[in-house]
Design a binder for this molecule. Structure first.
Ligand code: PMP
Length: 394
């Protein structure tokens, strides 16, 4: 006898939309000869010194739980990293939590601050997890759209218009996934003024902070008045090429981290001990490798932006991350049609912009974290795909 499973499922979980990215990965994975510009992760393997340190930790028997908030040595390294990067002070003992990826840091932050019905402002196009995580924590995600005409930057006025009595926090992601948009100090100053005026918290997703190409990274935490209001979220996945390690961290005022640690202690306990040793090495001794990877992404960014524009897809130059977000409006296709037809006809996988929110419609996300050779081949296949579409338009 089959059960009526609907009856058992929790409404919020049951009604979550499946990620629009997964669907294309699954389709692409079932085909041969596909070039993927779909995946949001580095094409580099983690630098050897980091891997070697984790192997040694395993050999030395670091196989037990650690403190819930992570190894104190790692938290001290994170504290030093934040101090060196932004001249801000976080106490390793009670202001930093080592998490299972930045993903879990986001989850902990939302669970710790949201009461049912609280609103969180999310700047779209946005990373697919934000809205879902807000909903799972009982809150309401409120989307603020951004547009290519403004370099996908949100304006202070837009934020102010979206604020209600229920707004508790705003989530900022710079450099952004999927647009690559980087918010500079001036942008952050304007946003910070609104945050302060309306007494909001800010969740700052800085997972791409090591990957900016034209300017040195500025964190909102350095803007006067923001340290007290910021939950800073970062991790090892992108800058250090450590996605599979599942290691991230957050830094925040102790009144907030103490609540998050309680949730962590009951749900997860701690991040893997031996891998945390690898992360210590990442922060101590890997800056040359990070810089080499950054320069490589920078070269590829410059290539792909130029190449996409030259085959007829308007593409702004993004300041960071490893994504470009060209317009496909001229083709007359929806972003989903574009991605599906491009995959089927020319075996190039990209992600439809609609996966990142309504204002992503009319765009596709291409990740350039793949070899230059693959990028060149992808561009020539896209050129063939576009020819009949763009001729028809004239
Ligand atoms: N934030 C953004 C903007 C991301 O793009 C990603 C990964 N794609 C994450 C957070 C999650 O990172 P992690 O692998 O550290 O969980």
């Amino acid at each position: 006898m089959s059960l009526d499973y609907e009856r058992y499922l929790a409404n919020t979980a049951n009604h979550l939309q499946p990620s629009g990215i997964r669907k294309f990965f699954d389709l692409a994975a079932s085909m041969k000869g596909v070039i993927s510009l779909g995946v949001g992760e580095p094409d580099f393997t983690t630098p050897w010194n980091i891997r070697e340190t984790a192997i040694a930790a395993l050999e030395e028997g670091f196989t037990s739980y650690t403190a819930n908030a992570g190894l104190i040595e790692l938290r001290q390294e994170i504290s030093t990293y934040l101090e060196k990067s932004f001249h801000v002070q976080y106490q390793a003992e009670n202001q930093i939590i080592v998490t299972v990826g930045a993903s879990q840091a986001l989850d902990l932050a939302f669970r710790a601050i949201l009461n049912p019905g609280d609103e969180v402002l999310i700047i779209e196009p946005a990373f697919v997890s934000y809205a879902a995580l807000v909903s799972i924590a009982g809150g309401n995600p409120i989307a603020i759209p951004t547009y290519a005409s403004n370099g996908f930057k949100v304006t202070a006025k837009q934020i102010e218009n979206a604020i209600t009595a229920k707004t508790k926090a705003i989530l900022l992601c710079s450099p952004n996934n999927p647009t690559g948009t980087y918010l500079n100090k001036q942008d952050l100053l304007e946003i910070a003024a609104i945050i302060e005026k309306h007494d909001l918290l800010v969740l700052s997703d800085e997972i791409y902070s090591e990957l900016t190409y034209d300017e040195k990274y500025t964190s909102i935490v350095t803007i006067p008045g923001m340290y007290e209001r910021t939950i800073l979220i970062n991790g090892f996945s992108k800058g250090f090429a450590m996605t599979g390690w599942r290691l991230g961290f957050l830094a925040a005022p102790p009144e907030l981290t103490s609540v998050m640690v309680k949730i962590y202690q009951y749900t997860t306990m701690c991040a893997p001990n031996m891998l945390q040793h690898g992360a210590i090495e990442a922060l101590r001794n890997s800056y040359d490798q990070v810089e080499t990877m950054r320069q490589s992404y920078r070269r590829r960014r410059n290539y792909i932006v130029h190449a996409l524009n030259s085959i007829g897809l308007d593409c702004h130059i993004p300041g960071g991350a490893f994504y470009v977000f060209p317009s496909i409006i001229r083709t007359g296709l929806t972003s989903e049609e574009f991605a599906e037809q491009l995959l089927k006809q020319q075996k190039v996988a990209v992600v439809p912009g609609s996966a990142f929110g309504e204002s992503g419609e009319g765009y596709i996300r291409c990740s350039y974290a793949t070899s230059m050779q693959q990028l060149q081949e992808a561009i020539s296949r896209m050129k063939v795909f576009l020819e009949p579409l763009l001729v028809r338009e004239v």
